[in-house]
Design a protein around this ligand. Structure first.
Ligand SMILES: [Fe+2]
Length: 345
């Protein structure tokens, strides 16, 4: 197992790089834009392939590295379903699993610091974002923060984990790197309250100044989506409404780039093939399944995914590999569902 805790001293942010082995797939949690070159260097040195970049919530104190990492590595960007961000490649909710090769994290919805705060549990480690910090808790006074919800997330979810569970937060300002559930139960001053009302009162009295970067970071972090318009301008996009008319057409191959779990949860466009996005490069190069399918049949390759981001990157990769008929459904299954496109489950 590769586990790296990286630190941005300007914002006091911890970023985590996870992989099951050297040479394997990697996942990064809460990357900071200024540190992207450092992450890419480390990923190269460890011979890793970055496949997912995840934010625990919409950050107010630094600009996320999600968009830059996606642009540089074509990885999948991931946030919770409650996030106000414009577009990410994949959205998760409580009970989902965040997976890469050899690593699986359980998704916990832990609102309170913000209404889009999620924690991720990996065996005996929990990545708590800004919900539960070491000897502290995330502020609850902006971005739809709610001290009541945070009390519930901490006391009724995180503190129910075994006492020896290791806590890896998104921030620390005093140099602490890790704690445990048992330690925080005993020594976190914010958690020594007798009731939810006492916690709400304690949080209301903090009177913290806004983060210095807030006015820059929040708007920037809300616009992290891949520029699908650039793909559309090249004539490589089909609207969901037009795509509905292409179902069953013999000269079109619909290709679903999502993971099995997403297909089971949200449904499948009838007649589509399944080719998960992380394997795409192998499929579109000469000799690959999709390359040969397109050459042999002359079919138009119509990619789709959840929100149109993975499929937009897939179109670019396929066009680069010489598949001139490759296009995608703009806005993905989300747009398809809004256009009342049929689904099978
Ligand atoms: Fe935060």
């Amino acid at each position: 197992m590769i586990f790296r805790q990286l630190f941005d001293s300007v914002s006091g942010t911890y970023t985590y790089l996870l992989a099951s082995r050297r040479g394997g797939e990697a996942l990064i949690i809460d990357p900071v834009i200024e540190k992207v070159e450092r992450y890419l260097q480390l990923i190269k040195e460890l011979d890793l392939k970055l496949v997912k970049a995840v934010d625990t919530h919409l950050h107010a104190d630094h600009v996320t590295g999600l968009g830059a990492l996606r642009d540089r590595t074509h990885c999948i960007t991931v946030m919770g379903e409650r996030s106000n961000v414009d577009v990410v490649s994949m959205r998760l909710s409580e009970g989902d699993k965040l997976t890469i090769e050899g690593v699986a994290l359980d998704v916990l919805y832990t609102p309170g610091h913000t209404d889009d705060s999620y924690s991720f549990l990996m065996r005996d480690c929990v990545f708590t974002g800004d919900t539960l910090l070491i000897r502290g808790t995330g502020r609850t006074d902006f971005q739809n923060g709610d001290a009541r919800a945070q009390y519930d997330s901490i006391f009724n979810k995180l503190l129910k984990l075994p006492d020896d569970t290791l806590i890896y937060p998104a921030h620390d300002y005093k140099g602490e790197t890790v704690s445990t559930i048992g330690e925080e139960k005993a020594f976190n001053p914010r958690l020594q309250v007798k009731s939810i009302d006492a916690y709400v009162e304690l949080m209301a009295k903090l009177n913290l100044p806004n983060p210095k970067m807030m006015d820059v970071a929040v708007p920037a972090n809300m616009r992290v989506g891949f520029a699908q318009e650039a793909i559309a301008q090249r004539g490589w996009a089909v609207s969901a409404t037009d795509a509905i008319g292409l179902i069953g057409k013999r000269d079109v191959a619909l290709i679903d780039l999502r993971e099995t779990r997403e297909r089971e949860k949200h449904g499948i466009i009838p007649g589509s093939l399944h080719a998960p996005y992380p394997d795409l490069a192998a499929h579109v190069r000469p000799g690959g399944m999709l390359h040969e399918l397109a050459s042999a049949t002359g079919k138009r390759m119509l990619f789709y995914c959840a929100f149109g981001e993975r499929s937009a990157m897939a179109v670019q990769a396929a066009q680069d590999a010489g598949l001139s008929t490759a296009c995608h459904i703009h806005g993905g299954l989300d747009a398809w569902t809004k256009a009342s496109g049929p689904l099978v489950r």
